[in-house]
Design a protein around this ligand. Structure first.
Ligand SMILES: *[C@@H]1O[C@H](CO)[C@@H](O)[C@H](O)[C@H]1NC(C)=O
Ligand SMILES: *[C@@H]1O[C@H](CO)[C@@H](O)[C@H](O)[C@H]1NC(C)=O
Ligand SMILES: *[C@@H]1O[C@H](CO)[C@@H](O)[C@H](O)[C@H]1NC(C)=O
Ligand SMILES: *[C@@H]1O[C@H](CO)[C@@H](O)[C@H](O)[C@H]1NC(C)=O
Ligand SMILES: *[C@@H]1O[C@H](CO)[C@@H](O)[C@H](O)[C@H]1NC(C)=O
Ligand SMILES: *[C@@H]1O[C@H](CO)[C@@H](O)[C@H](O)[C@H]1NC(C)=O
Ligand SMILES: *[C@@H]1O[C@H](CO)[C@@H](O)[C@H](O)[C@H]1NC(C)=O
Length: 498
């Protein structure tokens, strides 16, 4: 039983995205319009319904022939003539043509539905000859040419035909892969994916150096360095947006967002602390826009995937702490329906894989902490009538790498090194939006924190260096960092590789 029901649901879902039926006029108080997936557009459908006089049709299926119409705007005055009254030309005049919502034929307007702002008999009664032969009556006369002023400013409607409600459903299969920036359409088994490529980005948020005093009156160039790269960013999703509301009067009653996803991220960082001080920097790691979905005057959907990062350091005294790390993050089987949370959201995010190489030669009592953060955001911008909202899910990852030295006696120190991570997956909407959202909201559907590595070692300190008066006076400071004071270094360095 279950299987056959599922089959029916799938069959209906496919039918919903079928092609438009231009042979049947929309004269019964409802109409639908389908958009097929293309490199520029998500697939989807809009269905409108209202009283029988509220929705009409000016396509040939209803007997109308449009004589001149621009395909680049919905806001225009079109001339049209009835070629076959038996098909229902007169329907548009029921309860007055004004404020009727009409379906436009292909190539006329940016479609699919417009409001009749005004109707009149056109001052220009000319009819092209190829149309004349089809519309000529037996007595040799031709029918009147009508003029319809149309637009998609549904808020101007008087409401004389009653409310017109709609339901929009849009869907897109998207993939982000690594590679040179380009966009490409890929056919999978039975479905097509829109693939965008994010260039592996490498960013150096800080690269500072100072000439610092060293032992015995010499100097040495010391660095505060940080680089972060997104070695891999794979993201596969199928987004689904459903919205219900009224075109007349304009309102969005519900907006539902689901985007089952899988992602694979490899984030790499290289740091070095030879100076003391702190710095904190945010940067972009890439963004890509996916195909959008548009029902002019009603709803526009524009999905964007972006990655941003941050890096910070806080160091006291000389640590010579040089951690190189690579985090391997996977997000599998993310499932959610926002805002209903029905069925409840679920996701599988294991602790990130970590490979690293740490070097350190810290002076007693020194401390350094590096932090890298990355924010992966998938924001689906929805604009309807006069308002906009962002539906989003975001995954944030951050890791801190800490070195902490505690003097244990005159001659040695205990050095602890830790690598920790924190991550969170949020769903939300940016702001209030008609009746669908009364305010912005964020829900956390996953949060994790853990220790990825921790080690304490006791190191013997070497002899205290000579600190001359001259070297003390050359201590420099710039861009939030300064030379650490000269002090005894440990006899052996720490070197740990995983
Ligand atoms: C539509 O066109 C009319 C007449 O050209 C103009 O007055 C009006 O401002 C236009 N409306 C929009 C929304 O562009
Ligand atoms: C509708 O068109 C008629 C005839 O052109 C005109 O007199 C009238 O002012 C128009 N009404 C509106 C609301 O634009
Ligand atoms: C028409 O829409 C308005 C605004 O959304 C609503 O208040 C009203 O109840 C609706 N009328 C009907 C008959 O559904
Ligand atoms: C991919 O799909 C498009 C349209 O859906 C079709 O024209 C094309 O031939 C397909 N390509 C392959 C390799 O199957
Ligand atoms: C030190 O930094 C300056 C810029 O502040 C740069 O021009 C120089 O190449 C750097 N020196 C080294 C050795 O990296
Ligand atoms: C995304 O889809 C492609 C093609 O099916 C697959 O090779 C890849 O492993 C998927 N990526 C993830 C993170 O699931
Ligand atoms: C810490 O790391 C050092 C150097 O790799 C190693 O010898 C030591 O066993 C580690 N200590 C612990 C508690 O893991």
């Amino acid at each position: 039983m279950k299987i056959s029901l599922l089959t029916v649901v799938i069959a209906l879902a496919y039918r919903a995205f079928g092609t438009n039926d231009w042979t049947k006029a929309c004269l019964g108080g409802s109409c639908s319009f389908d958009i097929e997936a293309s490199p520029a557009s998500m697939s989807g459908t809009i269905q409108i319904s209202g009283s029988s006089s509220s929705i009409s049709d000016i396509t040939p299926a209803a007997g109308w022939q449009i004589l001149d119409c621009s395909g680049s705007t919905n806001n225009q005055t079109v001339r049209l003539v009835c070629t076959d009254e038996s098909l229902g030309c007169g329907h548009i005049f029921q309860n007055g043509a004004q404020d009727t919502i009409v379906r436009l034929p292909q190539g006329c307007g940016v479609g699919p539905f417009v409001r009749v702002a005004n109707h009149s008999i056109s001052d220009d009664q000319s009819i092209p000859t190829k149309v004349t032969s089809r519309v000529m009556k037996r007595d040799g006369t031709t029918p009147q040419v009508h003029a319809l002023q149309i637009d998609d400013d549904f808020s101007q409607a008087s409401g004389q035909h009653g409310n017109v409600s709609f339901e929009v459903h849009a869907q897109g299969d998207f993939r982000v892969a690594n590679g040179p920036k380009q966009s490409k359409r890929q056919n999978g088994s039975g479905s097509t994916f829109e693939v965008v490529f994010i260039q592996p980005e490498s960013v150096t948020p800080f690269d500072l150096n100072l000439t610092c005093p060293a032992a015995d009156g010499t100097t040495q160039t010391q660095f505060m360095f940080g680089s972060v790269s997104l070695d891999r960013a794979q993201f596969n999703t199928t987004i689904d947006i459903t919205s219900t509301g009224t075109m007349s009067p304009p309102n969005i009653e519900t907006l539902s967002f689901s985007a089952p996803s899988d992602a694979l991220i490899i984030l790499q960082s290289n740091f070095e602390a030879g100076l003391q001080g702190s710095t904190d920097i945010g940067f972009d790691l890439g963004s890509e826009t996916f195909p959008s979905f548009s029902i002019a005057g009603v709803l526009e959907i524009s999905p964007v995937f972006s990655v941003s990062g941050s890096a910070s350091v806080n160091a006291q005294l000389l640590t010579n702490f040089i951690p190189e790390t690579a985090f391997d993050i996977s997000i599998t089987d993310l499932q959610f329906t926002y805002p209903s949370n029905e069925p409840p959201a679920s996701v599988n995010i294991p602790a990130p894989g970590l490979s690293f190489d740490v070097l350190a030669l810290p002076t007693a009592g020194s401390f350094a902490e590096f932090n890298i953060g990355a924010l992966f955001e998938f924001v689906v911008g929805v604009s309807a009538f006069s308002q906009s909202v962002g539906l989003e899910f975001s995954y944030s990852f951050s890791s801190n790498m800490i070195l902490d030295s505690t003097p244990t006696s005159e001659d040695d120190e205990q050095v602890c090194i830790e690598i920790n991570d924190v991550s969170q997956l949020n769903l939300g909407n940016s702001n209030a939006f008609f009746d669908a959202f009364s305010s912005g909201n964020t829900e956390t559907i996953f949060s994790g924190a853990g220790s990825l590595f921790s080690n304490c070692t006791t190191l013997a300190l070497g002899p205290a260096p000579d600190v001359t008066h001259a070297t003390r006076s050359t201590l420099q400071s710039r861009d939030g960092v300064s030379c650490p004071p000269v002090a005894a270094l440990p006899e052996t360095s720490i070197s740990i590789t995983s």
